[in-house]
Design a protein around this ligand. Structure first.
Ligand SMILES: Nc1ncnc2c1ncn2[C@@H]1O[C@H](COP(=O)(O)OP(=O)(O)OP(=O)(O)O)[C@@H](O)[C@H]1O
Ligand SMILES: [Mg+2]
Length: 482
């Protein structure tokens, strides 16, 4: 987090409004909270409290459940209408579980019973509420700035290193120069490539991605360049390749370091004179394509090692950028975690406000070898696990365990042991012809999980470690399209 952002927030971040009609308690709380450095305003009725909020109060609200003029829950609804960003902490002498549940279900930040440890709990709760408020505000400010950044708006970052990179990229979005994005797995290379495309003058043209590592070498050439009818057995019609499909747009060559030598030459030619022939054809096709490529490797080293053509390397890396690993920009962890939390809480239909401080500390201390993607998966899992309004350290630990990183692993390494998933798959599908499509496989797997759970969707979802909403989406047939 940058100081600039934080600094701006502390202003609103120290105001507390106490709405309570019991003067002794108000005095007591006010004295203690002021001693903690907060700025406290008090209102002795619901109407007075609403007046203060209506005048633009920003901060955290402590609310007595029983007021002379209005019920706590009703007042809470009115506060939300006036300003949905005020975290409300209920304080009550008459705590009932039902009411606490109802209040938190409706979005109250916390519910504290008057009693001996009131002050201790209150201090923690108020601190968390301010942290949440500042985090949401920071996200909002950031999203505001981001939407002004156009296509780069989807890249969330407060890291000076990342911002410097985005700034340099600004200067090339409208040109056709080739960009090489280097970075470890999950650092956001594809996101950057798409953002360059969407911010620039080609944004109305197609963005076509080819994963050079994902397509068998024998198919890669015809995938990229297309083929003529009769070029090989099974080529019954002429087929357009990705280069033609990307005409007037951007071609994203992912994992370009894996491109076989034979195709490196052909690619070089396209870069030099924008033309090529389809497999089995003589006609020279000319295209207007901007190339952005990405690699996990250090491509320069691949050149030195003799695995990658030097001339091609220079053509591809007219404008090189190297994305720093997440561990080198830890200030992005909280903001990304909060962003993914909001996204997946919404998807799962859960009312989650954030991470408790220990959970966040765990995330901040995690090395994230899988970078942003690992963080995203981890948060998604933690959201599914979470039972409370906040993601707890336990949720994070459990997720880290099942992701096989840090923490105690709760599941055995399914895939590598003898008799493990690898072995079982090999028995089921001994050759390429026996492979079902991803869609068929997932549908069958889903049915299997559901029947083991005797049709209980929640249980099936739990055993597959996905949320119920995801489960329902899959059941509607919306699968294998991620
Ligand atoms: N700064 C960011 N803001 C928001 N989301 C991000 C950011 N960086 C990465 N992501 C998200 O993290 C995930 C991984 O990013 P992406 O696929 O671009 O990484 P990658 O470098 O291409 O990974 P790989 O090398 O494994 O292919 C995506 O879901 C992406 O949207
Ligand atoms: Mg990628």
């Amino acid at each position: 987090m940058t100081h600039g952002l934080r600094g701006g927030m502390l202003m609103a971040g120290s105001n507390i409004l106490i709405i309570d009609d019991y003067p002794q308690l108000v005095d007591f709380l006010e004295e203690r909270l002021v001693a903690e450095g907060y700025h406290v305003t008090a209102a002795s009725s619901g109407a007075h409290g609403l007046e203060i909020i209506g005048q633009g109060f920003a901060g955290v609200c402590l609310l007595d459940v029983r007021l002379p003029d209005i019920g706590g829950l009703d007042l809470f609804e009115e506060i939300k209408t006036l300003n949905p960003n005020i975290p409300v902490i209920f304080i009550t002498a008459h705590a009932t579980v039902d009411m606490a549940v109802e209040a938190t279900r409706r979005g109250a930040f916390d519910f504290i019973a008057k009693g001996s440890d009131l002050l201790k709990r209150l201090n923690v709760s108020v601190k968390n509420a301010f942290e949440l408020a500042s985090m949401s505000e920071q996200l909002k400010t950031l999203k505001g700035q981001l939407s002004e950044r156009g296509g780069f708006g989807r890249i969330l970052t407060v890291s000076p290193k990342m911002n410097a990179i985005l700034k340099t990229l600004d200067s090339v979005v409208n040109s056709g120069v080739t960009v090489l994005v280097e970075g470890d797995s999950g650092t956001g290379k594809e996101l950057i490539a798409r953002s360059i495309h969407e911010s620039g003058s080609r944004k109305n043209g197609p963005f076509i991605a080819v994963n050079c590592a994902g397509i068998p070498e024998t198919l890669l050439e015809s995938e990229m360049f297309g083929y003529e009818k009769g070029a090989f057995t099974g080529a019954n019609t002429r087929k357009q390749g990705r280069f033609e499909a990307a005409d007037k747009g951007t071609l994203f060559l992912d994992e370009v370091g894996e491109l076989p030598r034979s195709l490196q030459a052909k690619l070089l030619r396209v870069l030099q004179d924008h033309s090529f022939e389809r497999v089995g054809g003589n006609e020279t096709i000319t295209v207007d394509v901007r190339i952005i490529s990405a690699t996990n490797r250090n491509l320069k080293e691949e050149v030195t090692a003799g695995n990658f053509r030097e001339d091609l390397f220079y053509r591809l890396s007219v404008f090189p950028v190297r994305l720093p690993p997440l561990a080198a920009r830890p200030e992005d962890i909280p903001i990304l975690a909060q962003f993914f939390l909001q996204r997946y809480a919404k998807e799962e239909g859960k009312n989650l406000s954030g991470f408790d401080p220990t959970a966040m500390a765990l995330l901040k201390g995690h090395p994230f070898p899988g970078n942003v993607r690992e963080l995203e998966n981890l948060v998604r899992h933690a959201v599914i696990l979470a039972h409370d309004r906040e993601i707890t350290a336990d949720d994070v630990r459990t997720t880290m365990g099942s992701h096989g990183v840090g923490g105690e692993s709760s599941k055995p390494a399914l895939d590598t042991e003898p008799g493990g998933l690898d072995d079982r798959l090999a028995t089921l599908f001994p050759d390429a012809d026996s492979l079902p499509t991803m869609r068929e496989l997932q549908a069958a797997y889903l049915m299997h999980a559901l029947s083991l759970a005797k049709g209980n969707v929640s249980r099936a979802a739990r055993s597959l470690s996905v949320g119920r909403a995801t489960m329902y989406r899959w059941m509607k047939g919306d699968i294998a399209d991620d």
